[in-house]
Design a protein around this ligand. Structure first.
Ligand code: SF4
Length: 307
């Protein structure tokens, strides 16, 4: 993977990072500003003024929506760059741990984005990776029990936000109404109750600033900012976990083709746990059967590690 080299201020739990980089001048800046201004809508009335927040934590997966939300805040709502931090939750544990559910390109891509945007990046993680968590529970996460998100993202962020002490913080995330009826129902603004603690003078709110944007508008913001998309978009529609439980059969087949050893490990996990990642009408569907549905011409060796 080759992104234009840009220095990135990366930090683990360290907010005192000095920005001494100057992002590349972007010839499309004027168009970006104009477009981002047109994409803004009034912020929710119940929300305090954005200037009142000490720090704004951009929930940053490296996906297009997380990039669009930063661009909209910077160029549309004119939020001072100094208030922003990119916060990434790595589901495979600290950076030195090999990527398994995370795309292997993500760590480098996040640094590229941090450099392009000129905003510090903080990588957070749990000591227990998603794979370890699944094996400990002996089951896969599901839409009804999405413990991957709650343990590896929500709890990790909340713990870190609590460690910041007193202050007023705004968490911003990139859910859009267009994506699904479930996301459409999400509030644009609410209290981040897992980290909020008024008795300790720590206030944490949650804003979804791109909730109203369409996918085409998100891509346009990125294009005008001159930011390359994460390489995973060549294969899947969303930049989420490489083996996200919500992948379509065709997407899972494609990822399996790209990462046969990792996929084989998932197949072995299913056998060990006696629990399948996917179900159809309450009937278990093995991953091998699942990928066959999406890949009529996809020739997967059921035992790619076999010699
Ligand atoms: S991307 Fe998918 S697998 Fe990963 S945490 Fe989110 S829902 Fe779970």
């Amino acid at each position: 993977m080759a992104f234009n080299e840009v220095d990135s201020p990366v930090s683990m739990f360290n907010l005192n990072v000095k920005l001494d980089i100057v992002p590349e001048p972007n010839p499309l800046d004027i168009f970006l500003r104009d477009y981002a201004e047109r994409m803004t809508i009034p912020l929710p009335e119940e929300m305090d003024s954005i200037e009142d927040y000490d720090q704004i934590h951009c929930n940053f997966s490296g996906g297009k929506d997380s990039i669009a939300l930063v661009l909209l805040l910077l160029y549309g709502y004119k939020v001072p760059k100094e208030k922003l931090v990119l916060v990434h939750m790595r589901v495979d544990g600290p950076e030195e741990k090999k990527a398994f559910f995370d795309w292997k390109e993500t760590d480098e891509y996040l640094k590229y984005c941090s450099g392009k945007l000129g905003i510090p990046l903080i990588m957070l993680s749990s000591d227990i990776s998603l794979k370890e968590r699944i094996e400990m529970r002996g089951m896969w996460p599901s839409s009804a029990m999405q413990f991957c998100t709650s343990y590896l993202k929500r709890d990790v962020y909340s713990k870190w936000a609590r460690s910041l002490g007193s202050g007023k913080y705004l968490c911003v995330s990139g859910e859009r109404a267009e994506e699904s009826s479930r996301r459409a129902k999400k509030k644009v603004f609410e209290t981040y109750k897992h980290a909020n603690a008024p008795t300790k003078k720590r206030y944490v709110d949650w804003l979804r600033p791109v909730h109203h944007l369409l996918e085409t508008e998100v891509w346009e913001l990125m294009r005008l900012a001159g930011i390359d998309p994460h390489p995973c978009y060549e294969y899947v529609s969303r930049c989420s976990c490489k083996f996200c439980i919500f992948l379509s059969p065709a997407e899972m087949a494609k990822v399996a083709e790209l990462h046969p050893l990792d996929f084989n490990e998932l197949v072995e996990m299913e056998k060990r746990m006696g629990h399948t990642m996917r179900y159809e009408k309450k009937n278990p569907v093995s991953l091998l059967d699942f990928v066959k549905k999406g890949a009529l011409d996809f020739k997967f060796d059921e035992r790619p590690c076999a010699v």
